[in-house]
Design a protein around this ligand. Sequence first.
Ligand SMILES: [Zn+2]
Length: 315
Amino acid sequence: MTERQRVLFIGGLGRSGSTLIERLLNEYPSTFAIGESVHIWERGVRDDELCGCGDSFSECVFWSEVGRRAFGSWSEIDSERVIDMRWHTDRTRQMPQIVRALRGKTLPSEHRDYLDLIGSVLVAAGELARERTGAEIILDSSKHLSSAALYSLDERLDVRVLHVLRDPRGVAYSWTKEIARPEASGGDMAEMPRYSPARTAGRWVSDNTGFAQLERLGVPTLRLRYEDFLNDSLGSLRTIATFAGIEPPDFPEGVFDGSTGVLATPMHSAAGNPMRFGSADVTLRLDDAWTTKLPAQQRRVVSAITGPARKIFGY
Ligand SMILES: [Zn+2]
């Protein structure tokens, strides 16, 4: 393959509005959303959870073919071993090694072995997406900083990062709420995890400053504040399309007019936010419930922890 597979990587802390942006971008004919590749080994290959199309991972025609092209079959993959590799390589605490590699040093062999595997998945998914829909770009909403950094080291991929961020007090409040995960059949993982506002605030700082560092290391990055997106969604989508290297198309009648729409293009997304299932009626509005519902004490904690970083990003 001479041409690198283009990947638009949606990065940033979860609950920042990225799933909505992912779904809107998935309506473009030239993009194809694959969900959160970072979780594919656990939630797809091992646990056989539901794909965004509604079929289980093993029954999904898209992912079955991706496995066939990448490895002969997913059954060739020892999922426990790869999950273990992922936990040792694609993690925030591994960022120093990955950053050194971005600066030209050699990537440790375990990282390289894992990157070979996940890179093969992304290449096969991109190839199949192009054949099925003509899409030139795969949308990966893994969000993790370490995944964005690691994938950028794969010579087969042209990774561009859409860094989405939102007011940390809104993000912190959102992570305290219960949200069900319909793709899991029950048990502990039937709900998305919840985090304390202090923990979310710490992650907000490390994640967002980390993405800014990635940009300084030469990874093509477009930063988008969710609040700015809500103010001018169509303008933001055009900016994203140009950044990704595609002509920004107009949405067909009824799909999205800048504030409301019905997003019906199915997504073969192998993990992610519950909003990825079925068709979605969307109405853009600023969710500012945190201004009244996040207790004052917790709000002060979040504000204090995120103070200097908030200034960098204009919050
Ligand atoms: Zn599917």
